[in-house]
Design a protein around this ligand. Structure first.
Ligand SMILES: O=C(O)CCC(=O)C(=O)O
Length: 309
């Protein structure tokens, strides 16, 4: 199925979810068996334990903080491109994406994301990154394994964080390939947080009770309900580029391997995104998206809200 076969419904429940909460959960999950087969084949490629990481001395000899994420030509998912139609052509996903992004939407990025469990983390690395807001482990991973993004938790952020000067007119689609329970580094997401538009990371967040956060940006403050994105294999979520979300370090013994897509609208396409973004009260883009890094790209602050969730 292609987006051209689907009628655009700018008044759809998917668009309503984006307007109200900045996130949509697909009721219909993907085939569990197909997810399991893909996951098994992705896993064959390497041992997902402590062997992923450089020795401390090797890291310290030449720390590299930039250019350590998957990119064209170094992306594990490229080898599995012909196995992804059950996701990319699933009728409910094509219809949902078409509602939000209009006809002709495109894949901006797709990659494997691994939530690294505590058992795989070398002691020196845990000590080094303790309390950092963004624990993307790319700098510490052996170069041959940098075709996947590895996290040991990441504080609440917007996916716009990686797109200086770009309008927040794209979305993230996340596919759980295995069951994700509370210990499997599930995504935490703040519903409605996109209403304040693009904001510089780290964000001004105060937990008000076990389920809610006060979020301030610019002259505005709103209350956001915290949602925990749990689910069986085949669960699919998508969210707005300004929706705050994050993960805690994985507490289970097993890695959590998921697929992360970014989708963008075709230039000039009419899309539900126009209605969604018309309701935002903050800016749609930022020149500087983060203030947590030094000139080399290393963390220069210690702070983390999602670990209080
Ligand atoms: O999967 C994770 O642990 C974090 C993913 C995330 O927040 C992201 O990719 O933006």
């Amino acid at each position: 199925m292609s987006s051209a076969d689907v009628s655009v419904s700018f008044a759809s429940p998917v668009v309503d979810d984006f307007i109200e909460k900045g996130v949509h959960r697909f009721e219909e999950t993907l085939d569990v068996g197909t997810c399991g087969d893909l996951l098994a084949d992705l896993k064959v490629d390497r041992a997902w334990g402590s062997d992923l990481f450089l020795e401390e001395e090797a890291f310290l000899a030449d720390p590299q903080y930039r250019g350590v994420n998957p990119r064209a030509g170094r992306n594990l998912l490229e080898r599995f491109a012909d196995r992804l139609t059950f996701i990319e052509q699933a009728p409910q996903i094509v219809a949902g994406l078409t509602d939000v992004l209009g006809h002709g939407y495109r894949i901006l990025d797709r990659k494997v994301v691994c939530g690294v469990p505590d058992s795989a983390m070398p002691g020196w690395l845990k000590t080094r990154i303790a309390g950092n807001p963004v624990n993307n482990l790319g700098p510490y991973v052996r170069p041959q394994y940098r075709d996947v993004t590895y996290f040991y938790g990441i504080d609440f952020h917007q996916d716009l964080i990686d797109f200086k000067g770009r309008e927040a007119d794209f979305l993230t689609l996340y596919v759980y390939l295995s069951r994700v329970g509370p210990d499997d580094a599930p995504l935490y997401l703040l519903e409605g947080s996109h209403h304040l538009g693009a904001a510089v990371f780290p964000h001004d967040l105060q937990r008000t009770d076990p389920e809610n956060w006060r979020y301030r940006s610019g002259d505005h403050a709103i209350d956001c309900r915290q949602a925990l994105l749990l689910g069986e294999a085949g669960s699919v979520y998508m969210w707005h580029a300004c929706t705050l979300h994050g993960t805690q370090p994985g507490a289970a013994d097993q890695e959590r391997i998921s697929l992360r897509y970014l989708f963008e609208r075709a230039p000039g396409a009419e899309a539900g995104m126009d209605r969604i973004n018309a309701r935002l009260i903050g800016p749609l883009e930022l020149y500087d998206t983060r203030s947590d890094l030094d000139a080399e790209g290393a963390a220069r602050i210690k702070a983390n809200s999602v670990n209080e969730a």
